[in-house]
Write a protein that binds this ligand. Structure first.
Ligand SMILES: [Zn+2]
Length: 621
């Protein structure tokens, strides 16, 4: 028996001892432990528990609730059907359809289904567990328990579900996430044991190390699409499984799948090895590097994640914050982003990309306290995922954002794709991305109607944000405190908020300079009813798509890209764009005069529906 098993039992039984161990690391009593189990590094910022944050009326809350309701109401039998079919158990319920089924192309339905059976089950489970942590919804907890139990009944010691399976690592990684989240957030009694059985069995289906696509192509396999498997994303959840169980089996397995030779090693040395890699899974892999840093203390992996993310921002990103046209990274300085506008409508894999982007920016923000990661997160939030259409009852999903010369929103052709798994996970993660906690106070990272509440030994405290941001420049934060409490309130000041952001407490302007691109810090004794106000200047500005296409520009207002509503790409004089005027309508439109003297509506992605648009417009001068 693993010596960690007894330690695990001890830790579970002795929550108070764990908490005091963290208190010794000078985190105040009101901050609960950031991570359980053994970590080498406790990042200076931690997420609040999901249950401490409430989203108030606004688009983020709407997306969270839509996703929660959708998956709470998705029939258990349908979700479990493919696992039961392979196990030879009675398998009632309708086929899910799309990517989720066992069988392949259907002539009857003319639909390519059965791509990777059950691939997103773990993500739906994870999303429900996180939604339970947010809401405390008893039906949600009960559903998590039923799904874990139902899945466990189909799992044999050899996990024969994965015999001849196209992408074993891809689907195992999501099952792993779902099971550890069911344990962590819904306190499911079986999930960690099921996770261990599954993980010990899956080893037989995995290669000996993380394989790049090039390495996979060189290995004979009867199914050529095997070359897409994503072994390099496994370590993040394996390290989390280690932290949540104390079982070193997971830590050692995680180390084995760190893609050091072809990815993290070169990235850590500043070599840009992003070009031609699959976009989402390689951004997702940055989170595995961050867990290697947190769990093992590996500075090399922190450097790899930081460098890789910087390369993503500077060489692969559109003005929206999205990246990876046709799901691939291109060669820097060749104008590939600008070229892509004429070549593809599959510009950014939106729910998956945004989910991976939120995770890596949250990790990097927690470790570095650098506001630029919050800036990057909100750019992706407002210009990509908040404009995604909600998942439909039959699994029809929004997948790609379209930045083509003339683009429009479309549904993805197959039901229940990858993006139907990451969307509900991300919407739950809005809660843990909005505020972060430090030893000396609270960080306000996203500006959105919301409330965070926490206890310390002596009282209950909270912050409530009221704002229409990003469609209004004012953010108001109200303090609640059952008794006076001294701490520092850190407020993100976006780098674009020039020249003169104004931060006030109880109507009095803060005297310290408020620097764009940093977290402004206000340390004082806070009392019930204290009021913090932030007013951010939101200049209109232009961003070219890349250096090779200086005349293809996006118009931005604060964090929001304004898309030209038009059936063909309009052109403008620079000055005409920069003097666009708000239309003061419900769609938060702006109006700009084109080079042909017509008035063009400029609309945020969130408010675009079926109309044609141009993300980038042509600059005449
Ligand atoms: Zn996807």
């Amino acid at each position: 028996m693993d010596s960690n098993v007894s330690r695990r039992g001890f830790l579970k039984a002795a929550g108070a001892i764990t908490a005091s161990a963290y208190a010794a690391k000078s985190i105040p009593a009101w901050a609960t432990p950031p991570d359980k189990g053994s970590v080498a590094v406790v990042p200076p910022l931690a997420t609040f528990p999901y249950s401490d944050v409430q989203l108030l009326d606004g688009p983020m809350k709407r997306q969270f609730e839509e996703n929660h309701t959708r998956f709470l109401n998705l029939d258990d039998d349908r979700l479990l059907k493919v696992f039961r079919q392979v196990a030879g158990l009675p398998s009632p319920g309708e086929d899910m359809g799309g990517w989720y089924d066992l069988t392949g192309f259907s002539l009857v339905r003319n639909d390519f289904h059965g791509f990777i059976a059950g691939h997103s089950f773990g993500q739906y489970l994870s999303a429900l567990a996180r939604a339970y942590a947010v809401t405390g919804s008893e039906p949600t907890r009960a559903k998590v328990n039923r799904l874990v139990k139902g899945y466990a009944e189909t799992l044999d010691p050899a996990a024969k579900f994965f015999v001849d399976y196209r992408l074993p690592a891809y689907t195992y990684d999501k099952l792993s996430c779902g099971l550890i989240d069911a344990h962590e957030f819904a306190h499911d009694p079986m999930a960690m044991d099921v996770h261990e059985r599954l993980t010990r069995a899956i080893v037989a289906y995995l290669p000996e190390k993380a394989l790049s696509r090039q390495e996979q192509r060189s290995r004979p396999h009867k199914d050529t699409s095997y070359t897409w498997d994503e072994t390099y994303t496994l370590p993040e959840n394996l390290f989390l499984a280690y932290q949540r169980s104390g079982d070193s089996f997971y830590r050692e397995m995680a180390k084995k799948y760190l893609e050091d030779d072809t990815y993290f090693g070169p990235l850590s040395q500043g070599n840009n090895v992003l070009p031609f890699e699959h976009a989402y899974s390689h951004v997702n892999a940055f989170s595995s590097a961050m867990q290697a840093y947190i769990t093992l203390g590996s500075e090399k992996h922190l450097r790899a994640a930081k460098n890789g993310f910087e390369m993503l921002l500077t060489t692969q990103s559109f003005a929206t914050g999205g990246w990876g046209p046709d799901e691939a990274f291109g060669e820097p300085a060749r104008g590939q982003l600008g070229d892509s506008l004429a070549l593809t409508h599959a510009s950014f894999e939106t729910p998956c990309g945004a989910y991976g982007h939120f995770k890596i920016t949250r990790y990097l923000l927690r470790v570095t306290k650098d506001a630029k990661y919050g800036d990057s997160m909100e750019r992706v939030l407002y210009n990509t995922i908040l404009g995604a259409w909600p998942i439909q009852a039959d699994g029809t999903s929004f997948y790609y954002s379209d930045y083509a010369t003339t683009g429009k929103k479309v549904w993805y052709g197959q039901k229940w794709p990858c993006c139907s798994g990451t969307f509900p996970q991300l919407a739950a993660d809005y809660h843990i991305s909005t505020y972060l906690r430090a030893a000396d106070g609270v960080y306000v990272n996203l500006f959105t109607p919301s409330r965070v509440q926490w206890n310390d030994g002596s009282g209950r405290y909270g912050l409530t944000q009221e704002t229409r941001y990003p469609f209004d420049s004012k953010i108001e934060i109200k303090v609640s405190a059952s008794r006076a409490s001294e701490y520092t309130l850190y407020v993100r000041i976006p780098a674009w908020a020039t020249p003169d952001p104004v931060l006030s407490v109880n109507g009095k302007r803060v005297s310290d300079p408020v620097q764009p691109g940093t977290f402004a810090a206000v340390r004082r004794t806070w009392n019930e009813g204290d009021r913090v106000e932030l007013e951010l200047p939101m200049p209109l500005r232009l961003e070219p798509v890349d250096a090779n296409h200086p005349n293809l520009v996006a118009l931005l207002h604060g964090p929001v890209v304004l898309f030209a509503v038009a059936d063909s790409q309009p052109s403008f004089d620079r000055k005409a764009l920069l003097t666009a005027k708000p239309a003061n309508n419900a769609a938060a439109d702006w109006l700009a005069t084109s080079a042909g003297e017509s008035t063009v509506t400029m609309r945020p992605f969130m408010n675009i529906d079926k109309e044609n648009y141009s993300t980038y417009v042509l600059l005449k001068s």
